[in-house]
Design a protein around this ligand. Structure first.
Ligand SMILES: C[S@@+](CC[C@H](N)C(=O)[O-])C[C@H]1O[C@@H](n2cnc3c(N)ncnc32)[C@H](O)[C@@H]1O
Length: 279
């Protein structure tokens, strides 16, 4: 019993480009673990992790065409949790930020904690972080909404076109079975997504299909496409869709009035001329 409680879990993100975006803390946990499980989906990244810790095992063998990813993720979670129960110091490394659109990382943390062991997740550099840098999008400018593409189609979300929209997993949009492993089945999903977006944006609104580089020597892929042509866009399993804002919404005069303010009195970072010396 005492032996069982010796186990512990640290979940780390490797960044999108493992060479360069892995934090020093993540590197140290990988180096010092008894065993490392890798959900990195990229051979170069796996190689980089194996160089830090020879006892690193890929979780990718659990993916199979036609098999539900829900089952794959459960099996990943089971492997990670079992190693902790076996008394090992376990590190699980997922690409990007390990907590962003990653089911087994959160499930493993919850299960390990419920069993009474220590479990921690460290932050990492996600695709969204790369996108902010490469596309120059500051979420503070217009606000930002972020969704999973298929959930966005199927559920009654309220889109605010004044905000930047980030739609993840566009390569699998509309794929309800969770058992497809390539981005060649998403045309009906893209067509439905276009229909929904046309309720809020003009058909010539320019969207961005973005891919962050996974190697430091590569450039980001930034594909601009008119909304009306989204259905013909080339997408991959690592494409993220960005829908730029239609612009800031109008001020709510009623709210300003409650604070005794007028629009002219609101100082904005983006309108420094409204700042006078001494303010
Ligand atoms: C399972 S999620 C993993 C996200 C990852 N944990 C992160 O922190 O970015 C996969 C989705 O993340 C986005 N993604 C992953 N890699 C990307 C990349 N290189 N460039 C842009 N988006 C990416 C895509 O939307 C993709 O469908």
């Amino acid at each position: 019993m005492e032996n069982a409680k010796k186990g512990e879990l640290v979940i780390v993100g490797t960044g999108i480009s493992v060479a360069g975006q892995m934090t020093l803390a993540a590197k140290s946990h990988i180096e010092n673990a008894d065993i490392v499980f890798m959900g990195i989906m990229n051979k170069v990244g796996e190689h980089a992790v194996r160089k830090l810790n020879a006892n690193s095992i890929s979780l990718d063998d659990l993916y199979e065409e036609g098999k539900s990813r829900a089952l794959t993720y459960k099996q990943m979670t089971d492997r990670i949790v079992q190693a902790v129960i076996d008394g090992q110091k376990v590190c699980a490394a997922f690409y990007g930020h390990a907590g962003v659109f990653v089911t087994p990382s959160h499930d493993a943390i919850n299960q390990v904690r419920e069993l009474g062991y220590s479990a921690t997740m460290l932050p990492g550099v996600s695709a969204e972080d790369c996108l902010i840098a490469d596309l120059g999008i500051d979420p503070s400018k217009f606000g930002c909404q972020s969704y999973e593409a298929t959930q966005f189609l199927f559920r009654d979300y309220r889109i605010d076109p004044h905000m930047t929209q980030i739609i993840w997993q566009i390569g699998l949009v509309g794929e309800a079975s969770l058992s497809v492993l390539d981005a060649t089945h998403n045309r009906p999903g893209l067509a439905l997504l276009t229909e929904i977006l046309l309720e809020h944006y003009p058909d010539d609104h320019e969207l961005i299909i973005y891919e962050a580089p996974t190697l430091p020597i590569s450039e980001p892929v930034i594909q601009k496409v008119a909304l009306s042509n989204l259905v013909n866009a080339e997408t991959t399993l690592v494409s993220t869709l960005v829908i730029p804002s239609l612009g800031l919404p109008a001020y709510r005069q009623d709210r300003l009035a409650k604070l005794g303010l007028t629009e002219q009195q609101v100082v904005s970072f983006r309108n420094p001329t409204s700042i006078t010396e001494g303010n």
